[in-house]
Design a protein around this ligand. Sequence first.
Ligand code: COD
Ligand code: ZN
Length: 364
Amino acid sequence: MKAAVLYEPGKPLVVEDIKIAPPKAGEVRVKVAANGCCHSDLHVMTGDMRMPLPIVLGHEGAGIVTEVGPGVASVKEGDHVVLSFSPVCGYCYYCTEGNPHLCETRPKKMGTLLDGTTRLAKNGTEIFHFAFTASFAEETVVPESCAIKIREDMPLDRACFVGCGTMTGVGAALNTAKVQPGTTVAVIGCGGVGLNVIQGAAVAGARQIIAIDLLPKKLDLAKTFGATHFVNPSQDDAFKAVMELTGGRGVDYAFEVISTAKTIELAFKMTARRGTCTIVGVSPESARITLNPNIFTMMEKRLIGSFYGSTRPRIDMPRLVDMYMEKKIKIDELVSRTCTLDDVNEAYDLLKQGEVARSVVKFF
Ligand code: COD
Ligand code: ZN
């Protein structure tokens, strides 16, 4: 089957034929229909996020189950699925208390399936799986808990975004920060994920949603996703602008959706007393933030992180699919471009240049 393989950071992905082995016990083989071009894969391509190589990237996928391994009970051949990049065991402390995105039994070693081996190879050399999904490929094998069954009338080239950008963003607003009606929100970084934080805040009933991005194009899109005010830090001081817009108080909820120390510090600074600042981006390992600890005490500000929108995949993902089908959330507007796997490097060049919110690679 055809897949996009990263051999070396800084080099383009190689689109080539590789071998895929059948699913083992507890695994599911999926014919990938579509996969979105998220910035996190780009972090691996640039070397900011280290992964074993060679590796098949892609973690924003959806497709159709073609085969299940022994013991698989939740899906069967023919089922439509969103690919979740966070396997859950269902019995550890965090799975049981309702936070399966923090499952304790996930392997520490990256790039393999749960048994520590891979199903991908070329000429006898093993190829790793990015994020358990490896969905920049015509087919993939994933742990059962990463294949989330969805309704069949959901277009798969839209469902794929529920596997990352939509879930990560909407979930950060609704599940992690728990944005309340009538409140004020600022979102720094209005890319594929940030736009979804904005629409999550809008769904929650926030009164004022301030979008902050360097690119006018992204600020235009932010309006479509529900932002009420717009700040471009290349023209205006973002902190001052937010303070002015909020009567000098700051926002009840700030979100950092870029992944730099500077923008995290900025988000925290613009958070109001008793407000919540949520970090969505994962910065390079070497990054450090500097904060005055007294702000926590004197102002009761909170600083929290959000991983994968604090998702409970089997509850939240079909729910987001329903919300899209009922026109309560937008996905179409996120997709700037549809392409084939052969164009995947070009899709990432456009993301780097800020030309697109999301491209989607469509396989069928
Ligand atoms: N000020 C304002 N805006 C900026 C600045 C700045 N200094 N720098 C960049 N931006 C804007 C860009 O113009 C762009 O619009 C946006 O920030 C970033 O958007 P994208 O589309 O490039 O990135 P996303 O939305 O696909 O991804 C953002 C993440 C923060 C999720 C990503 O970078 C990340 O940290 N991924 C790892 C976290 C993770 O694993 N998440 C789950 C899987 S995605
Ligand atoms: Zn992603």
